[in-house]
Design a protein around this ligand. Structure first.
Ligand code: ADP
Ligand code: ZN
Ligand code: ZN
Length: 730
């Protein structure tokens, strides 16, 4: 074993353990030239783990005698580029998450287990001995002769050998004679002429044109374009420019399964290898996709949240489409924002990052005001389509049928009569959110959560939307045994049923998580709607996700009121975004679109402002309010959450965390408190909020509080987490 004093070097290794530090190991032979980002196998307690080499250090941080040697070096070349290592390192600090776990998150599962990172295809090639061999001697082995002759022309990979009917023993015989040998086939990065398949007769509008020009250099750009303004076309043109420079583009989207149309626009446009990265890939598929991106073979990578860590051989552009979407925030384990990591990655790689949305997040708008991002707007719809109009339909004192006002029913009938399509939005799946006993006021509740059970007619079940538990539908009251139970309120199933009975001659399609569970079910409905026949579409916010239905002229939103009275300070922002995203499905081509919002609060000033003055003014009002109340983005939040099967334990744990006074006067502490839904999935929850206008002070306090948590006597009796920039405080 080499003496580390002679090399004067120790290896700092990040290992996948829930500890917020790296570990030191003694080097073995071959470590002198080890590059950061390479995997090595190390002993860890009684286990052997795959860790990532971070760098060398000189002084042991523990007793020298206790240092152990690494077991083996796995990679000669790093699996994480310098930029990705820096990104992970930054993320570990920013999100206060163990570096080992951050790095593990950045790699495909197979690589975490230590399989070889690169498997270039092997090809059979003729050796110099083979070239000068006396072929007459092979006369009695005609197949060997034939293979050798073939190899004189070109090398062959395994599949080609098999396809040409050479049996394995022929190859073996030639290998034994050293006439042939296996070698790595060089990966050919495809040439870059003719990347365009088809422009589909689209030439950029002047708005699009200036946007495309602007994003052609490093920096972060917020592309605020109303729905149907041609943001995707801007991405496509920017990508074209990147491809022409032999570079790659990485596009992050909220949910892949929901937007088959968006994907086909990329494949229709470009004649290059495009890879899709999403959670449905098998480990093997994921590794291949990772390898192709790392080698540069794949030119465009489209993926969800975790694809932000995809290695790029020659990065040129990052796009985050629908940047306001909540799904970019990872909600468990390593809680990161893929949008924010994309921005940071763009800075590290010195490439442009384009954040696109019709309803940008308030953080991003604020970053534009601070001059950190550059705001680019697309204020008009393309190709002659007009912006949709909005109407508020006051539900108070108005006649309705099954929760749908008669005025709205009339409008739906009119549109169908004109041969148009109608989209009806209700943000709740199932038949009804409440099952109620009128005799004793009992309601069906989840026994594992502080929540009501949702009545699902199709599945004949009561389902808890928080923990997923399901029971068969009760036929009598759990309290007084009455048989008169009533489903109250509406969900997509009920709206589907109501509309089918009112409009029996028109097809009604439902789009929600239940109806699209089967593979291909969503594509099926999307196809039917695109045929253009008059139809009614009923659905949840799945409908808001980037679909392009040219024949939809009326969008009705049945229940938007909850957002105005939520305890979550972000609810108003989210409601506004949802209204415009769903509304944006109306009138996307030649026909004028209209959006009808059913509400009990038609005079709600924010709602009025949203539809009269548009998103920018609406957002500005909320920002002013947030500033007044020192809420994000004018301050920064970090929330500690804890949960435990025993009541009070989580609360007591966070009390331990909160006990010592804060080291910084500029940080405020709130709690611990129980969230509105204290019990979820059989666990009692508590949370403790830290807020500050100084990011540095917040980081410092959070570090101290993590230490306090680690010292709590209740540490092993709770699940706990730290969430920086939490998506919500519920
Ligand atoms: P967004 O992503 O902003 O909602 P899209 O990029 O989906 O908008 O564009 C909406 C529609 O307009 C698409 O069908 C697209 O093909 C078309 N389109 C985009 N740009 C143009 C253009 N310059 N001329 C004609 N049609 C366009
Ligand atoms: Zn539940
Ligand atoms: Zn009852």
């Amino acid at each position: 074993m080499p003496d580390f004093r002679s090399t004067n070097r120790l290896l700092d290794v990040a290992v996948p353990a829930p500890l917020r530090k790296t570990f030191q190991y003694l080097p073995t032979d071959g470590c002198a030239n080890l590059k950061p980002g390479c995997r090595i196998r190390v002993p860890f307690g009684k286990q052997k783990l795959v860790g990532i080499f971070i760098g060398f250090s000189q002084t042991p941080s523990i007793d020298e005698a206790k240092l152990r040697s690494i077991i083996e070096i796995i990679d000669q070349e790093p699996v994480l580029s310098t930029a990705l290592l820096q990104l992970c390192n930054w993320a570990s600090g920013y999100y206060h998450h163990p570096i080992g776990d951050v790095l593990v998150n950045a790699l495909p599962v197979s690589l975490r287990k230590g399989v070889p990172a690169h498997n270039p295809p092997q090809e059979l090639t003729i050796t110099s001995r083979g070239k000068s061999a006396d072929l007459a001697k092979l006369g009695r082995a005609p197949k060997q002769l034939e293979l050798l002759q073939t190899l004189k022309q070109s090398t062959l990979v395994k599949d080609e050998i098999r396809d040409q009917n050479f049996k394995p023993h022929i190859v073996t015989a030639l290998l034994k004679k050293k006439f042939v040998t296996w070698r790595n086939r060089d990966l050919q990065i495809p040439s870059h002429d003719n990347v365009i398949r088809n422009y589909n007769n689209i030439s950029p509008s002047h708005w699009q044109h200036s946007a495309i020009k602007l994003v052609d250099r490093p920096g972060t750009f917020l592309l605020h374009g109303i729905t149907g303004s041609g943001k995707t076309e801007v991405y496509l043109r920017a990508i074209e420019s990147v491809l022409s420079k032999s570079k790659q583009a990485l596009v992050l989207v909220p949910e892949i399964g929901l937007t088959p149309q968006t994907l086909s626009r990329f494949t229709d446009r470009f004649d290059v290898k495009i890879e899709i990265m999403h959670s449905g890939l098998t480990n093997k598929e994921r590794l291949t996709a990772w390898q192709n991106a790392a080698s540069g073979t794949t030119r465009i990578i489209i993926g969800t949240r975790s694809a932000v860590f995809t290695p790029l051989h020659n990065p040129g552009l990052l796009v985050v489409d629908e940047e306001h979407d909540g799904s970019f925030k990872q909600q468990d384990g390593f809680r990161y924002s893929a949008r924010d990591l994309a921005v940071m990655r763009g800075q590290l790689e010195k490439i442009p990052v384009v954040l696109g949305s019709a309803t940008p997040s308030l953080e991003s708008l604020h970053n534009c005001q601070l001059g950190k991002y550059k705001l680019i707007t697309l204020p008009e719809r393309t190709a002659g389509a007009k912006k949709e109009t909005y109407q508020l339909l006051n539900l108070r004192n108005r006649e309705s049928y099954g929760g749908i006002s008669t005025e709205l029913i009339k409008q739906i009938g009119d549109e169908l009569g004109k041969g148009n399509q109608v989209l009806v939005f209700i943000n709740r799946r199932g038949f009804a959110p409440v099952l109620y006993c009128p005799d004793c006021q009992w309601v069906a509740k989840c026994r594992r959560c502080d929540a009501r059970l949702t009545y699902h007619l199709e599945q004949r079940s009561l389902i808890c939307h928080h923990c997923g538990i399901r029971t068969s539908i009760f036929d009598k009251c759990g309290e007084c045994q009455s048989f008169q139970l009533l489903p109250l309120g509406m969900g997509t199933e009920r709206v589907e049923e109501t509309l089918s009975s009112i409009f029996p001659t028109y097809p009604v399609y439902r789009i929600d998580r239940d109806s699209t569970r089967r593979k291909g079910a969503l594509e099926n409905v999307v196809q039917k709607v695109q045929s253009g026949q008059p139809t009614i579409l009923v659905g949840t916010q799945m409908l808001a996700k980037g679909h392009h239905f040219p024949n939809v002229t009326l969008v009705a939103m049945l229940d938007i009121d909850a957002g105005f009275f939520s305890s979550d300070y972000k609810a108003m922002e989210k409601t506004g975004q949802l209204i415009l995203q769903v509304g944006g499905r109306a009138g996307r081509e030649a026909k004028q679109g209209k959006v009808v919002l059913q509400t009990q609060f038609a005079d709600q000033p924010m709602l009025q402002q949203l539809i009269k003055d548009g998103y920018s003014v609406f957002a500005e009002t909320i920002l002013t309010e947030r500033k007044l109340n020192s809420l994000p983005p004018f301050s920064f939040h970090c929330v500690f959450r804890a949960e435990s099967p025993q009541k009070q334990t989580a609360m007591q744990f966070l009390e331990d965390v909160s006990r010592e006074s804060l080291s910084s006067a500029s940080v405020e502490m709130l709690g611990p408190i129980a969230p509105v839904m204290e019990k979820r999935a059989g666990r009692f929850r508590a949370q403790l909020l830290f807020s500050s206008q100084s990011r540095n002070s917040l980081h410092q306090v959070v570090d101290e509080k993590i230490k306090a948590a680690q010292h709590s006597r209740l540490l092993n009796r709770v699940r706990w987490s730290v969430d920086v920039d939490p998506a919500d405080l519920t």
